[in-house]
Ligand binder design. Structure first.
Ligand code: FMN
Length: 374
């Protein structure tokens, strides 16, 4: 009998790489790594379980490209060459499961704590994030240049470790997003002011990454399609920015939303509808005339919603975050007609983001040991 969710299991070309299905595991900081950001057995076990569960592409959590950009104490790092070996071991294990793997390049900017970075926070402008409440230093032109280069070096390490893709974390109010947004960028030099000036830092990061990995290496860019804060970016802004990304050689756009002040839009509570960014993804897809695949995340909890989004042509791939935390075998269960057996994420946000914001290791109320598969 034909599988009614077959559309989820068609392969797709993203840049020069083929992904076996359209189910992406969204990046989620685990806090499972060493205090220097090194890959651990625990992280490997957790991600291998999701690869065995049938994910087409795993986007490994945000990896800090510079110690000053570390958001959480045990987040994964990609800021020095000594970390490449551990990253390579992880990549090899995921490849053995037939799953493609990306790493997300990240700098926390003002959305962090100097107790974790070990240095003052840096940002486009001296404006504290209303949630983290720590005053960042305004970045000098030299710091801007150094940080752009740090993204490039992170990309070079990712390629050397064998990752299939790199995702640039341009979303959720972190450093790259901070430059793009008038909500957090009040600079009066060439990196602030007009939309064109605010795109300069993100696009220079893209160019720095591209220079290191070569023209054929597939790059994904994660974007907050709207910020949901007064004076923040709207979908109209991000539609034109998405076009610039494609013109600058980005191979896929991963659509999310929100910044820390609107955190309920980044990680949605239980009472929000499923697929909250579907319409934004669809608008971005139309704005770029579907020239590259669009991935969409945001409270997608069951295969019916995922199928509907693809059937309606609103996005090209579906990213699942907490659904994968609650059940590593989500794709396999859907593929084998056992979708009713999926342990469904309840959106309580206690074990996952609740713990992460206390700087503890990732867990899940309905799957408390996601790193210890049966
Ligand atoms: C614990 C946790 C950690 C997260 N870490 C990241 C991250 O490292 N990078 C990122 O872009 N998004 C991160 N997110 C957001 C998810 O990728 C995803 O966009 C969000 O959870 C909504 O999707 P979902 O409803 O499928 O979980 C995180 C979410 C959670 C719950």
């Amino acid at each position: 009998m034909e599988n009614k969710f077959e559309v989820l299991f068609r392969s797709i070309k993203v840049g020069s790489s083929e992904v076996k299905n359209k189910i992406v595991m969204a990046p989620m900081v685990t806090n499972y790594c060493g205090s220097d950001g090194v890959v651990t057995e625990r992280l490997k076990d957790y991600l291998v379980a999701r690869a065995k569960g049938g994910a087409g592409l795993i986007i490994v959590e945000a990896a800090y490209v510079h110690p000053g950009g570390r958001g959480f104490s045990n987040q994964i790092g990609i800021y020095k060459d000594e970390l490449i070996e551990g990253l390579r071991d992880l990549v090899d294990l995921i490849h053995q499961c037939g799953t493609k793997i990306a790493i997300q390049l990240f700098h926390c900017g003002r959305q962090g704590h100097s107790s974790v970075t070990g240095a003052p926070l840096i940002a486009p402008s001296p404006l504290p994030c209303p949630i983290c409440r720590e005053m960042p230093l305004e970045m000098t032109l030299k710091e801007i240049e150094d940080t752009i280069e740090a993204f490039g070096r992170g990309a070079r390490r990712a390629k050397e470790a064998g990752f299939d893709f790199i995702e640039i974390h341009g979303a959720h109010g972190y450093l790259i997003n901070e430059f793009l947004s008038p909500y957090s960028n009040r600079r009066s030099d060439e990196y602030g002011g007009s939309l064109e000036n605010r795109t300069k830092f993100p696009l220079e990061v893209v160019q720095s990454v591209r220079k290191e990995v070569g023209k054929d290496f597939p790059l994904i860019y994660r974007i907050s399609s709207a910020e949901f804060v007064p004076g923040g970016l709207t979908i109209e802004d991000t539609k034109s920015f998405a076009l610039l990304l494609v013109e600058n050689g980005i191979d896929a756009i991963d659509v999310s939303g929100g910044v820390y002040e609107s955190h309920e839009m980044i990680i949605q509570p239980a009472d929000m509808p499923q697929g909250i960014f579907t319409d934004n993804a669809s608008s971005i897809r139309a704005a770029i005339r579907a020239r590259v695949p669009v991935i969409v995340a945001g409270n997608i909890k069951d295969p019916y919603k995922a199928k509907e989004i693809l059937d309606e042509g609103k996005a090209d791939m579906i990213a699942l975050g907490r659904a994968f935390l609650a059940d590593a075998d989500f794709p396999i269960k859907v593929m084998t007609g056992k979708e009713k057996e999926i342990c469904v994420c309840q959106g309580c946000n206690k074990g996952c983001i609740g713990r992460l914001f206390e700087d503890k290791a990732l867990s899940c109320v309905i799957n408390p040991t996601p790193d210890k598969p049966e």
